[in-house]
Design a protein around this ligand. Structure first.
Ligand code: NAD
Length: 244
């Protein structure tokens, strides 16, 4: 059995990943604010260190890692979204890299493609100033900037991780039925989410994302490295047929 750490393990996609991995007989070390083996707040540098130290305390060697913890665009403080979705993911990846053999998966989003890296204020460390001026769409901008930065951070690590024999990929879900999406539906942007239809005319299920993550962690995905796999019911191809 493998030992696999999963952040955001208490809810939604992360909880579905934990369930799938445990069903395969793996040992999972969950990290979340509560209801987890390691309780830590990934929105602060101290919390991120506590998360890494907590995982290493239970599992000094890891066969796999899934960074899934995240906040949706509806969260009132947009900097919190950047802290959890971007820094909370990248610092856990980097902090646990020395302990990893096997593979890691970061849960990005189809929103990662909605901004170009050259236009992403996170690239220049200017997101706080940019968000202060962003008005009512600050949460959405913070979300797509943080997911764009996460996907770029993963792609920038292919040499180092490849040399160490550790595969690293992102999955980019579209709308998936989880508490995060339900909170979005209940916000003032709910109608926009409700009215949007993917080519496969339903929302994704957490188990479907978990199934892809399980595959990416496993030996059948041995040559997949540095990839971002869209799992969005066809939305990306619909919106950007000539860009890939
Ligand atoms: P969810 O709210 O059900 O689960 C997110 C988990 O992250 C929760 O258990 C929460 O406690 C944890 N978390 C949040 N802030 C944290 C913090 N500061 N420290 C530690 N843990 C924290 O949401 P979900 O939909 O399952 O989202 C999982 C991931 O999938 C997120 O990164 C999200 O951005 C991404 N995603 C979701 C969708 C979707 O439509 N649901 C689409 C694309 C990407």
């Amino acid at each position: 059995a493998d030992v696999i750490a999963v952040t955001g393990s208490a809810s939604g996609i992360g909880a579905a990943v934990v369930k799938a991995l445990r069903a395969d007989g793996h040992e999972v070390v969950g990290v979340d604010l509560r209801d987890a083996e390691v309780c830590a707040d990934l929105s602060t540098p101290d919390g991120r260190r506590a998360a890494v130290d907590g995982v290493l305390g239970v599992a000094p060697v890891l066969d796999g890692l899934v960074v899934c913890a995240g906040l949706g665009p509806h969260v009132p403080d947009p900097m919190q979204i950047v802290e959890v979705n971007y820094r909370g993911a990248v610092e856990v990846l980097d902090g646990l890299f020395p302990a990893l053999r096997g593979a890691a998966v970061a849960v990005s989003s189809s929103a990662s493609t909605m901004v170009k890296w050259a236009d992403n204020p996170i690239a220049r460390g200017e997101e706080a100033a940019a968000l202060a001026e962003a008005g009512e769409y600050a949460g959405h901008l913070a979300y797509s900037w943080s997911k764009n930065a996460l996907t770029v951070a993963v792609r920038q690590r292919v040499s180092q991780w490849g040399a160490a024999g550790v595969r690293l990929n992102t999955v980019a879900p579209g709308a998936v039925d989880t508490p995060l999406l339900q909170a979005g539906l209940a916000s003032r942007f709910g109608d926009a989410i409700r009215n949007y239809q993917a080519p496969i005319p339903r929302r994704g299920r957490p188990e479907e994302i978990a199934s892809l993550i399980r595959y990416l962690l496993g030996p059948d995905a041995g040559y997949i490295h540095g990839a971002q796999l869209m799992i969005d019911g066809g939305s990306d191809a619909l919106l950007r047929p000539t860009e890939f």
